[in-house]
Design a protein around this ligand. Structure first.
Ligand code: PMP
Length: 341
């Protein structure tokens, strides 16, 4: 979802962007306006993540999967090893993409229990690893790491489905990235934050388009940037800042609490993640006790304008994604419909 006021601002910018006499859709990617847009996005990211001056922020294309490729291309040499925590489908994808470039070590996984819990974080991590990759929120299975752990090797995090949803110690990561289409905007742009020292650790010659250092040097316009997606991210970042990250965090916690309570107390549904400390505040996954209930609930949702509630095929049932723009009132409406079953 996008907030109504963000949609209204986008609509206005489509007709005329500031005093340029152009639509935001017509702006040249090397114009002053786009440079200003990107620099404000970077400043807001730094501020909202409370990053120190050691980070660079870039906006790229190719989505999450492109990062799954670029991270090992840039940071994992053929004979070196990277560590992975497998907490769900996307974490496993990141792991399997890395096998094309170097050695991989699966340090923890909860695949055998269909990811209904977080795996145990490794007690010790070898300092020989080039980096450790993990996924902060598991979009499909509805688990989320409550903290970013401290780590002696560079920690790289996929934060695609929970960035800007709560206060976090982002400075513990050497690199973190997020696709825009969940908490930050629309498909097209991917935000990457890189600690500067990582730019001196690039392990192989790469064409500029695949090299983080070149994207940093070119200030996110090495190639024709996806201006509209970046602009939507800017509007979302301003919206998040205006609301305040603490207020967002509180509302996200209230939304999830309401829904988990409804599921835990229900005679019709059960949660996919029973262990409460591992539960995601962003994606609440639950199943119906019988196929009949599943069918009836889907119909009821449809009649009440609740869309996109069907769960991923690997979990079945339902998934309520409570990204930042979903309000507590929206969740109360879902609660009302569940109660009416
Ligand atoms: N990581 C996570 C946590 C995701 O949820 C997703 C997509 N839902 C991806 C990566 C993949 O993103 P993309 O489709 O842009 O490759």
């Amino acid at each position: 979802m996008l907030p109504a006021e963000v949609l209204a601002q986008a609509q206005e910018a489509i007709m005329a962007y500031q005093n340029t006499g152009m639509s935001v859709l017509e702006l040249p990617h090397r114009s002053m306006e786009v440079a200003a847009m990107i620099s404000e996005c970077n400043a807001l990211t730094m501020e909202l993540c409370e990053l120190d001056d050691n980070y660079e922020v870039i906006w790229m294309q190719g989505g999450g999967r492109m990062q799954f490729c670029m991270i090992p291309m840039n940071f994992l040499a053929d004979n070196d090893t990277a560590g992975f925590i497998d907490s769900g489908f996307w974490a496993e994808e990141a792991f399997s993409y890395a096998t094309y470039y170097g050695q991989v070590n699966l340090l923890a996984t909860s695949k055998a229990i269909n990811y209904c819990r977080l795996p145990e974080w490794p007690k010790e991590v070898s300092d020989q690893l080039s980096y450790l990759h993990f996924t902060t929120n598991n979009t499909i299975f509805g688990t989320q790491w409550p903290e970013i752990p401290e780590c002696d090797v560079p920690l790289i995090a996929d934060m695609s489905s929970d960035i800007f949803s709560r206060r976090r110690n982002y400075n513990r990561c050497a690199v973190f990235y997020a696709v825009a289409q969940k908490n930050v905007g629309i498909p097209g742009a991917t935000m990457v934050a890189i600690r500067k020292d990582m730019l001196d650790r690039i392990v192989r010659p790469l064409p500029p388009m695949l090299n983080y250092k070149e994207h940093v040097k070119e200030k996110s316009v090495l190639n024709t940037a996806n201006v509209f997606s970046i602009y939507l991210s800017l509007l979302m970042l301003r919206w998040i800042k205006a609301k305040g990250i603490d207020a967002i965090e509180k509302e996200n916690a209230d939304k999830a609490k309401l829904l988990y309570k409804a599921i835990d107390n229900s005679e019709f549904f059960k949660p996919h993640v029973k262990y409460k400390a591992d539960r995601s505040l962003m994606n609440v996954c639950f199943t119906a006790n019988t196929p009949e209930i599943e069918k009836n609930f889907l119909k009821l949702c449809d009649e009440n304008n609740i869309t996109g509630i069907k769960g991923h095929r690997s979990v079945g049932g339902f998934r309520a994604s409570l990204y930042n723009a979903v309000s507590l009132a929206d969740v109360k409406e879902l609660f009302r419909v569940m109660d009416a079953l």
